[in-house]
Design a protein. Structure first.
Length: 355
């Protein structure tokens, strides 16, 4: 049975489902989900991410986290965590770059939060020299200083969508028509969680919320506020979302969101405003939202590219220059992707970011 058939049957019995429920099944259904059944990354997959573009990305993230660890007096032991580590490339580059930092590896408990069995296997291979530990969920993170990276993790968490209708909201849902999945809307109802959006939206506007993202940030922020640490959240998105950002990607091409459940990557832009608000409410400090391009430049990506260029000749040199441009240029990933840093409210922000 395909996931599409399964969803059509279930919706036929129980009625339409939320976008969040649809996303959850598409991405993480135990046997038919997109992430649970494959490695979607890289040139041969459906999309490519910053750590897969260049080793420079993971190296700079690693050095930034190590500097934050030094700034906080080298707490030992500490949790070195990654959310959704994909192929393990970022963590491998991070660990190589921080080898020379005295005490860092010895104190680090490498912890990977990963839902996909297929990707856990890849991570185990990439990190075989480091004995990482896997967790299903952030609430299993130990009560210890937490230095954490999440790249393109939050965009995979399930969102809900609401259409403004007078002073109420109609939730967008997935229903069935014949042999197809279709979008529909609930009746209009008030929604206290969206009260603050009545001021900046008008009839017909669509807003998105991501409850799972706030729950995740709340847990991380409490750890950092209580035990120390730092978090770097990188993703595409912005401050306060407006409009439909749900998208499907199949073999590097945009696809229909409802056409092939489980066969395409589904993501939504990350709205960083509620994440920052959640961190604040948990007693944790957060930085200003900073574009990826500016963040990587401040961390020294150009100097690192120059060092790597060394005696390189084309085509390797051209590939390095293209990778640097792709990660930082405003027309490529530089502006679309943003960084939010978390740190103890009375401490200093992680390198490259300001409060
Ligand atoms: N960070 C990697 C991979 C990004 S793809 C990179 O930059 O290349 C998203 C990753 O998050 C995958 O590893 C996916 O399996 C994982 N993931 C998605 N939803 C998850 C969830 N709810 N819990 C744990 N891992 C999840």
């Amino acid at each position: 049975m395909t996931l599409k058939q399964l969803l059509i049957e279930r919706i036929g019995q129980d009625g339409p489902i939320s976008i969040a429920s649809y996303m959850q099944d598409c991405l993480l259904h135990p046997t038919l989900g997109y992430y649970t059944t494959r490695d979607p990354l890289g040139a041969g997959g459906d999309f490519i991410t910053a750590p897969e573009i260049s080793q420079m990305f993971g190296e700079l993230i690693g050095l930034a986290l190590a500097q934050a660890w030094i700034d906080q007096g080298r707490p030992t032991p500490f949790t070195l965590a990654e959310l959704g580590p994909g192929r393990g490339t970022l963590m491998a580059d991070l660990l190589r770059a921080t080898r020379g930092i005295k005490g860092f590896h010895k104190a680090a408990r490498i912890t990977l939060i990963e839902a996909s069995p297929a990707l856990r296997k890849q991570q185990a291979q990439a990190l075989s020299a480091h004995a990482p530990q896997w967790l299903d969920n952030v609430d299993q993170l130990p009560d210890a200083p937490l230095f954490l990276i999440a790249n393109e993790f939050f965009d995979a968490l399930p969102i809900r969508q609401f259409l403004r209708d007078g002073d109420g909201w109609r939730e967008r849902r997935v229903g069935v028509s014949g042999d197809d999945l279709i979008f529909g809307l609930t009746d209009s109802a008030p929604n206290p969680a969206l009260a603050h959006r009545l001021a900046d939206t008008s009839d017909g506007d669509l807003v998105e919320i991501c409850p799972a993202a706030c729950t995740t940030i709340d847990i991380i922020a409490r750890r950092i506020a209580r035990c120390g640490g730092a978090g770097l959240i990188l993703d595409y998105g912005d401050w306060r979302s407006l409009g439909d950002t749900l998208q499907a990607l199949e073999r590097h091409q945009p696809a229909e969101v409802l056409a092939n459940p489980g066969q395409a990557d589904l993501t939504a832009h990350v709205d960083f405003e509620p994440l920052a608000a959640t961190a604040r409410a948990a007693g944790c400090g957060h930085t200003r939202l900073t574009t990826q391009g500016v963040f990587l430049e401040r961390l020294g990506i150009t100097a690192r590219a120059q060092a790597l260029a060394g005696d390189l000749k084309d085509p390797e040199l051209a590939a390095l220059i293209a990778a640097h441009r792709r990660l930082t240029h405003p027309n490529e990933m530089g502006n679309l992707f943003k960084t939010l840093g978390l740190f103890p409210a009375d401490g200093v922000p992680p390198p490259g970011l300001d409060r």
